[in-house]
Design a protein around this ligand. Structure first.
Ligand SMILES: [Zn+2]
Length: 246
């Protein structure tokens, strides 16, 4: 259990990678406390704020896209539902349109495959809540698990999406590392190495390549430390174009 928790993270974006020494033990202790902090599944306080900020539900753009927000469940690195009853994937309108094109590319060229979104817009208030849940971990260690809300995550601008491929009859495809897995085997930049050592199979490697090729159709690019995280804009551009969603 320790190993599983130790190697997970909260979509760190460009934060430094874990050096895997002191922090994992700390995280395990904190997560036991945090798991009592589940927000009630019957209450969604998030959607109204996001809609007021002008973001759109991606499934209203393309209903073939699937959504399963991991932070709306306890199946995440904190074992805690931090979204309450919030269940939908919202993005800035032009970003959602681009993701719709990605799904169209899959539907036309790879029938049976869909995008499965694990996280889209993540309001800064939620980022702050996650940050505070882990507040007994010193800041320099904490950024290894969750990015600092002060920095304005691209998720909080509605300009980033965590996504995998879903295949008909299979479900989420095997990527060789799960969502929020912090091990280097989740790093796109090391894929060729892990393929050569056999730690990634050719099928797992191909799945990642297909996801990336599809996402490029919408102008998204992958974060080099998380196979699932794609940006639609640089942070500078996002700041020029949009406000952080609180
Ligand atoms: Zn992400």
């Amino acid at each position: 259990m320790l190993l599983a928790i130790a190697l997970l993270s909260g979509c760190r974006e460009e934060e430094a990678a874990l050096d895997q020494r002191a922090a994992p033990q700390l995280l395990e202790e904190v997560v036991e406390d945090a798991s009592t902090m589940n927000l009630p599944e019957s209450i969604d306080t998030i959607s109204p704020r996001i809609i007021a900020a002008g973001l759109v539900n991606v499934q209203s753009i393309n209903p073939n896209i699937r959504v399963e927000l991991k932070y709306a469940t306890t199946d995440n690195f904190m074992n805690t539902n931090v979204y309450g009853g919030f269940r939908d994937a919202y993005l800035q309108p032009e970003v959602a349109q681009r993701l719709g094109k990605v799904q169209d590319y899959l539907t036309e060229n790879h029938p049976g495959y869909s995008l499965l979104i694990y996280d889209a817009v993540r309001p800064n208030s939620v980022q702050q809540f996650m940050w505070e849940l882990l507040d007994s971990i010193p800041v320099d260690q904490r950024t290894k698990f969750v990015s600092n809300p002060k920095n304005g995550s691209l998720h909080s601008y509605g300009c980033a999406v965590d996504v995998t491929l879903w295949k008909e009859g299979v479900g989420p495809v095997d990527m060789g590392a799960g969502y929020d897995d912090m091990r280097k085997i989740a790093y796109p930049e090391f894929e060729s190495h892990f393929l050569s050592t056999g730690e990634l199979t050719s099928v797992q490697y191909a799945h990642r390549q297909l996801l990336r090729k599809a996402m490029r159709q919408g102008g998204f690019w992958v974060l080099q430390t998380e196979w699932w995280h794609f940006n639609a804009h640089s942070r500078d551009t996002a700041k020029e174009l949009y406000e952080v969603v609180e």
